[in-house]
Structure formats: structure tokens, C-alpha cells
Design a protein around this ligand. Structure first.
Ligand code: 5RP
Length: 235
């Protein structure tokens, strides 16, 4: 169980990483704004820069990000108007040394993946606890409610253990911003993230899963420092 001190330092790490990435934003950019408590620090910092004259447009990935961006007075646009954002910033639940990540702890991974994949550059911001040698967290799988039993069966056939994510403060399953269910699929350590990604994509009714294979840069905070790790660019 985390102590108060470790919880505090975790929050400080999130803040340091999130605010660092806000420094990548410059005049004229269209910026994808991710979901979660780490990128929230980026959104707040971008809002502050906007109040000081920065001229940018944001594209949000969830109702949570939208509400925060509006509160911080970040002007917003859409992918329909600006299909190729200059930059997307987002958090992650786990990220490995090859900069492959698992996202979707906040059930926002479908829109997050669309925005990240549309952007010229995708940056993940994280506290040190998110870095792992090998991905092993359950993979969030957004699925049409009509198809969830089939998806559960296929996940078991792939060697996973599916759990339909349940809501807090509402009876029954989590309903995503897109009106779907989320299955958390536990595969244990994932030896081949690309292969698993392909297999999950092939399940009828799966809208999107939380394995992210293309991250350009990781901004990770640890021990009072911020480290930036760039993708090797060999895949
Ligand atoms: C939401 C996400 C988040 O980016 C991820 O869960 C990390 O969240 P946090 O920054 O709060 O730890 O993928 O779907």
C-alpha cells in the first residue's frame, strides 16, 4: 500500500512530466490533448500559456479532457477541421523500453489512438512507475455491447482472462464516451505486443484496444529529473 509520501511524489512526477511536454507547444500548432491525471498537467500548463498569448488549437480525446480544456480556456477544434495535429500529448498505464504502451485506464483509448495516430508527433508523459521491461497490465478492449460475449470468448482463446469493466457510482458496466463496453483482458507478460494487437483487432465487434505500438517520445519524471526518451525509428 502506498504511503502518503509516495503518493505525493507520484503526483509530483506526473506534474513534472506533464508540464515539461507543454513546453513543446508553440504558436500556430494544433495539439491533441489526452486523458488522465498526468496529461491534465500539460493541459493546465498549456492553458496558462494561452492566457499569456500562445495561439494554438486543441483537440480533446474525452469528455474529461474537453471539460478541463474548456476550464483552462484552451481553444478547441476537431479532427474534421484539422485532420493532422502537429503534436499529441497523452499519458499511459504502462510503457516498455521499445516505447510500446498500454493505455485505456480511463476507457478513453479509442479516441486517444485516433488522435495519436493522426498527429505528426505523439508524446507520452508518465511518472516513473509506468515504465516496465515488458508490458504485463490487462489490455483494455473497447467493444460493442452487442458483441461482448463473443469478444470474451475470443480473448480466452487467445490465452487471456477477460473482465468486463464495472462502473463506480453507477450500477453495471462502464459505458465509454462512444457508448460501448470495456473488457480488461489480462494476458500476463506480453511477449509480442504487435501480434497481440493484430489478434485483438481481428475480433468482430472490437472497436479498439489499448496497445499503442507507435510512440515517438516518452517524457518520464523520476527523482526530481525529467528524462526524454525518443523512439529509435527502426520500425
Ligand atoms: C486514459 C488513459 C490514461 O492516459 C492512462 O490511464 C494514464 O492515466 P494517468 O495519467 O491518470 O495515470 O489511457 O484512457
Amino acid at each position: 500500500m502506498a504511503t502518503d509520501r509516495s503518493v505525493q511524489s507520484n503526483v509530483e512526477q506526473k506534474r513534472a512530466a506533464g508540464e515539461h511536454a507543454a513546453g513543446y507547444v508553440s504558436d500556430g500548432m494544433v495539439v491533441g490533448l489526452g486523458t488522465g491525471s498526468t496529461v491534465a498537467w500539460s493541459i493546465r500548463a498549456i492553458g496558462k500559456k494561452v492566457s499569456e498569448g500562445l495561439d494554438i488549437l486543441g483537440i480533446t480525446t474525452s469528455y474529461q479532457a474537453e471539460a478541463l480544456a474548456i476550464e483552462c480556456r484552451v481553444p478547441l477544434t476537431s479532427l474534421a477541421e484539422h485532420p493532422i495535429p502537429d503534436l499529441a500529448i497523452d499519458g499511459a498505464d504502462q510503457i516498455d523500453r521499445d516505447l510500446k504502451a498500454i493505455k485505456g485506464g480511463g476507457a478513453a483509448h479509442t479516441r486517444e489512438k485516433v488522435v495519436a495516430s493522426s498527429a505528426k508527433r505523439f508524446v507520452i508523459v508518465a511518472d516513473a512507475g509506468k515504465s516496465v521491461d515488458r508490458l504485463n497490465a490487462p489490455v483494455p478492449v473497447e467493444v460493442l455491447p452487442f458483441a461482448f460475449r463473443l469478444a470474451e470468448r475470443r480473448i480466452i482463446e487467445l490465452g487471456g482472462c477477460p473482465t468486463l469493466r464495472q462502473a463506480r457510482m453507477k450500477d453495471g458496466p462502464v459505458i465509454t464516451d462512444n457508448g460501448n463496453f470495456v473488457i480488461d483482458a489480462d494476458f500476463g507478460p506480453i511477449a509480442d505486443p504487435s501480434g497481440l494487437s493484430e489478434s485483438l483487432n481481428a475480433i468482430p465487434g472490437v472497436v479498439e484496444h489499448g496497445i499503442f505500438l507507435k510512440v515517438d517520445e516518452l517524457v518520464v519524471a523520476q527523482d526530481g529529473a525529467v528524462n526524454v526518451i525518443t523512439a529509435r525509428g527502426d520500425d
